[in-house]
Design a protein around this ligand. Structure first.
Ligand code: CA
Ligand code: CA
Length: 124
């Protein structure tokens, strides 16, 4: 008589264990979808602006439609703003060779800093 409760407990444990295993099997996540095939690298120029600044200085700004690959034309503003003052100065822009090369063209108000508005087309 004293063994019966122990057997019952063991049976309950087994049931709980198998029930748990079933529940686990039922909630296994589906295998992830295979990644889509990589798109062919393609970048279409969508615009070009030539700015005459006098002194025989000419700035050509080209814009490209972004493709699926994150290239140099996309920046992370917060990552570039190393000192966190809300603008990108020349030293910070130097981290991105393309941005550095076009710094003066992007700096629309010519104050030597790139703010979010000036970089709006660049920020990803
Ligand atoms: Ca800064
Ligand atoms: Ca500026």
């Amino acid at each position: 008589m004293s063994r019966t409760p122990a057997r019952l407990a063991a049976a309950l444990l087994l049931a709980a264990a198998s029930g748990g295993a079933l529940a686990q099997a039922a909630t296994l996540p589906l295998p992830p979808d295979p990644p889509p095939p990589a798109a062919a690298p393609m970048q279409r120029q969508s615009g070009m602006v030539v700015i005459e600044r006098g002194n025989d200085e000419r700035v050509v700004v080209r814009s490209y439609e972004p493709d699926s690959v994150v290239g140099e034309y996309r920046i992370d503003f917060d990552a570039m703003d190393a000192n966190g003052d809300g603008v990108i100065d020349r030293r910070e822009a130097a981290a991105n060779p393309t941005l550095e090369a076009e710094f003066r063209a992007v700096d629309e108000n010519g104050d030597g800093h790139l703010d979010r508005a000036e970089l709006s087309g660049w920020i990803r």
